[in-house]
Design a binder for this molecule. Structure first.
Ligand code: NAD
Length: 480
């Protein structure tokens, strides 16, 4: 295969596809990172058949074999974190430190699940019937279809692939079209770490082609999806219709509550990090600041001062705080929402300008709206860019009600020095993850991740809880 030209991994071989697409750097649209497959339905079907054929042997493999492969792959990812982080930042646009951080996280996830392969245990239960022995054990699900978004190009594939392998499943993964490079590098590392052929298959390409085949194939036992709500719900309906297990991680409209008694510096740091780092393109990003009256004006002034100091530039340049938006389509979505916010009557207190840089890319100054009403679209819909809004509220009770007034429920944060309010919020926030004096985004890799309401569906991802999706339970009754 020519340099810069990549393939799909099917049955242990890197194979070229008939159609290829260029992987473009959003910091510099003249920079083509490489040429990657736009796979066909036949490619997806071949990958599924390979995974099916590999499953009986991999399901029976020793946990030590699974540990060794995941651990070795984790070691290589960590050793190459700078190079992998650079590739990630070049194709997705998050800053180089963020890219290296994400690559590091992928390595840590592989190592965590290497250990989980050894820790999978069952239960022995006393029967109600004398002489009967009950054992509850876990078995792999089978072949897992994985469909991933563009905003965490290596971490999300890692946190789906690693538990699937640890618990004895085979895989067909389709990464997002915008970021095939990082997933391909990860899959290459795992394959060379010793996976038997066909256990892990990668098919790059469109959701409407490769994704559809994965979702609808009777040979795919379970589908794990991360992406937008609309796509996720359509996938779930198809999976449920054919009785396949499904797990969805979707959007957010995550609130950060700031109470009068908050440490202002802590609140501003949480708000800026949560809303604007990674260009606001995190499902856990804060997009609603819900601020009580007594601190509102000081909070807004401090936010604007801080935002003025943020450097928006090439993701790979030293000193960049915020990289570009991922592509032209998302750039247009962000700009459209800024216009919607203005028209709805919110005040654009800072930012929202298109920025020109020496290299042509999708540079957007982070935007902050004030005077936002809870009914406005900018307060209700996921934007998925560096655009956040402030809602002024009277007191803690109003803040809590506003925080929960959303169809989403991924991450919910509060900045306060009141133990009473912090603990109450921890219990009353309708979200899968709650943050106290921390940004809504930024989570550990060894604990469950996921949301409530419209944000998630099915069992949690990550940590030991991942076994709920990647295994099925058997209850055995034995007499004698
Ligand atoms: P998207 O829904 O457009 O695409 C996600 C994936 O689905 C891509 O690989 C895409 O090719 C595929 N796809 C599209 N149509 C399909 C179809 N008909 N059948 C099968 N697959 C199909 O999402 P995106 O724009 O890549 O990602 C942004 C979204 O992801 C945001 O909404 C964000 O909140 C969400 N997200 C959620 C989490 C989480 O854990 N909750 C994490 C990251 C991103």
């Amino acid at each position: 295969m020519p340099e810069g030209s990549h393939g799909n991994l099917i049955a242990g071989e890197w194979v070229k596809a008939d159609r290829m697409i260029d992987n473009i750097n959003p910091s510099d649209t003249s920079d083509v990172i490489g040429s990657y497959p736009s796979g066909s339905a036949a490619d997806a079907q071949a990958a599924i058949a390979a995974a099916r054929a590999a499953f009986p042997a991999w399901a029976a493999a020793s946990p030590q074999t699974r540990f060794d492969i995941l651990d070795a792959a984790g070691t290589e990812v960590l050793a190459r974190r700078e190079e992998l982080g650079r590739l990630l930042s070049r194709e997705e646009g998050k800053t180089l430190p963020e890219g290296i951080g994400e690559a590091t996280r992928a390595g840590q996830i592989l190592k965590f699940f290497a250990g989980e392969a050894l820790r999978l245990n069952g239960e022995v239960v006393t029967s109600t019937r004398p002489g009967v022995h009950i054992e509850i054990t876990r078995e792999p699900m089978g072949v897992i279809g994985m469909i991933t978004p563009w905003n965490f190009p290596i971490a999300i594939p890692a946190w789906k692939i690693a538990p699937a392998l640890a618990y004895g499943n085979c895989i067909v993964i389709k990464p997002a079209e915008l970021v095939p490079g990082s997933a391909s590098a990860l899959v290459d590392i795992l394959q060379r770490a010793g996976l038997p052929k066909g256990v892990l298959n990668l098919v790059c390409g469109k959701g409407s082609v490769v994704g559809e085949v994965i979702v609808n194939s009777p040979d795919i036992d379970a589908v794990t999806f991360t992406g937008s709500v609309g796509t996720g719900r359509a996938i779930a309906a198809k999976c449920v219709a054919r009785g396949a297990k499904v797990q969805l991680e979707m959007g957010g409209k995550n609130p950060l509550v700031v109470l009068d008694d908050a440490d202002l510096a802590v609140a501003v740091n949480c708000a800026v990090n949560g809303a604007f780092f990674s260009t606001g393109q995190r499902c856990t990003a804060s997009s609603r600041f819900i601020v009580t009256e007594g601190i509102h004006d000081r909070f807004v002034a401090a936010m604007i001062e801080k935002m003025q100091s943020l450097k928006v530039d090439d993701a790979l340049a030293a000193g960049t705080d915020i990289g570009p938006v991922v592509d032209a389509a998302q750039f247009k979505v962000d700009l459209d929402y800024i216009e919607v916010g203005r028209k709805e009557g919110a005040t654009l207190a800072f930012g929202g300008e298109v920025l020109n840089r020496p290299k042509k890319g999708f540079y957007l100054q982070p935007a902050l709206f004030t005077g936002t009403a809870p009914t406005m679209r900018i307060a209700r819909e996921e934007i998925f860019g560096p655009v956040a809004s402030v809602q002024k509220v009277k007191d803690y009770d109003a803040a809590l009600a506003a925080a929960n007034d959303t169809e989403f429920g991924l991450s919910s944060g509060i900045c306060t020095t009141s133990l009473k309010h912090a603990r109450h919020f921890q219990r009353a926030a309708q979200a899968g993850m709650v943050m106290v004096n921390l940004p809504t985004a930024g989570v550990d890799y060894h604990v469950p991740f996921g949301g409530r309401k419209g944000s998630s569906y099915g069992p949690r991802e990550q940590g030991a809880y991942a076994r709920e999706f990647y295994t099925m339970v058997k209850t055995a009754y034995v007499q004698g």
